[in-house]
Design a protein around this ligand. Structure first.
Ligand SMILES: Cc1cc2nc3c(=O)[nH]c(=O)nc-3n(C[C@H](O)[C@H](O)[C@H](O)COP(=O)(O)O)c2cc1C
Length: 187
């Protein structure tokens, strides 16, 4: 089977990780894969924030929990509020994919394209990943934005469109769920 098709089929969301860092070269390749993704009108608005190490990632979890708790009607209140919740499932690397929507009307789609490229690159190194959707739910929270800018050098005009955990899986990659998408062929 073609190598790219093999990796596409093998990529899975991983929610349990080994306590093993990602080698810097592989991290750089994952980021590069994201930055090589297509973007609407080639605006390339994507910015990737790479956060390495348990303490820094734990700070993100703590700040997110506080922001969700003070956001009225946040849809993740119970999920993020659970004591066991962390943004990274114990993974050693957390990446935030953001863009300035004023720079590109396709900012959200551009970020999603970037992240899927990153997932596939990671899988090619035997590295697992999982999209983490909760950060976008506190976009309007001033204190969370301040934390991002002051501690993670986050660009002030950017919005978080996606984020993900990366690391070596604790066990095997999970099996693929049955495919439910469909296609119509007009030939
Ligand atoms: C837009 C989007 C948001 C997601 N958010 C989360 C999330 O917040 N937490 C999580 O554990 N998985 C999340 N996932 C991963 C999906 O649950 C996962 O892709 C799906 O169950 C299929 O499994 P697979 O990735 O192994 O094929 C998200 C995936 C997408 C595309």
């Amino acid at each position: 089977m073609n190598e790219v098709m093999r990796i596409i089929r093998q990529r899975r969301s991983v929610r349990s990780y080994r306590d093993r860092p990602i080698p810097p070269e592989e991290c750089r390749n994952i980021v590069e894969a994201g930055l090589y993704a297509p973007s609407g009108m080639n605006r390339q608005p994507v910015h990737i924030t790479v956060v390495n190490g348990k303490e820094r990632i734990d700070r993100i979890t703590a700040e997110l929990k506080a922001a969700v708790a003070r956001t009225p009607d946040n849809r993740y209140r119970d999920y993020v509020g659970a004591e066991s919740y962390t943004v990274n499932f114990g993974a050693p690397v957390f990446m935030i994919v953001s863009a300035n929507p004023a720079r590109a009307v396709t900012a959200q789609a551009d970020c999603a394209c970037a992240l899927e490229n990153m997932f596939l690159a990671a899988r090619s190194f035997g590295i697992g990943s999982c999209w983490v959707n909760q950060l976008g739910s506190v976009t309007g929270d001033d204190a969370f934005q301040r934390f991002l800018q002051e501690e993670l050098a986050f660009p002030a005009e950017n919005v978080i469109f996606c984020a993900a955990a990366f690391g070596f899986p604790a066990g095997d990659f999970p099996p693929a769920p049955p495919r439910r998408g469909s296609s119509t062929w007009i030939e």
